[in-house]
Unconditional design. Structure first.
Length: 106
């Protein structure tokens, strides 16, 4: 267990995976994992203006950057993870690569 790439650019994949794992298993451990991730996300990435990527998850040094996908994707998956299951009719949508739900028509 060695960190080989310590940066965290605020990408959504870790919380997206947590959302899908919780959705399909309903295992509360994934909600707990999401809560820990969100709490740490706020603790280490929040700035006075917005949120910052981390140069290193080891040192928690912030980068002077915040990609737009933070709001478009990462926060969307945080919301969906903690929202009521009735918030989104999961079986009636597919997600595009930008995490936008698109209603299935078939």
């Amino acid at each position: 267990m060695e960190v080989t790439d310590a940066g965290y650019p605020l990408r959504p994949e870790i919380i997206e995976s947590t959302y899908y794992l919780h959705h399909f298993t309903r295992d509360p451990q994934y909600l707990q994992m999401g809560k820990v991730f969100f709490d740490d996300f706020v603790k280490y990435c929040k700035t006075d203006e917005a949120y910052a990527a981390l140069k290193s998850v080891v040192t928690k040094e912030k980068a002077d950057s915040m990609e737009s996908f933070l709001f478009a994707e990462t926060f969307k998956y945080f919301y969906l993870l903690f929202a009521s299951p009735q918030t989104l009719k999961f079986e009636q949508v597919i997600f595009n690569t930008e995490a936008h739900p698109i209603r299935k028509t078939w």
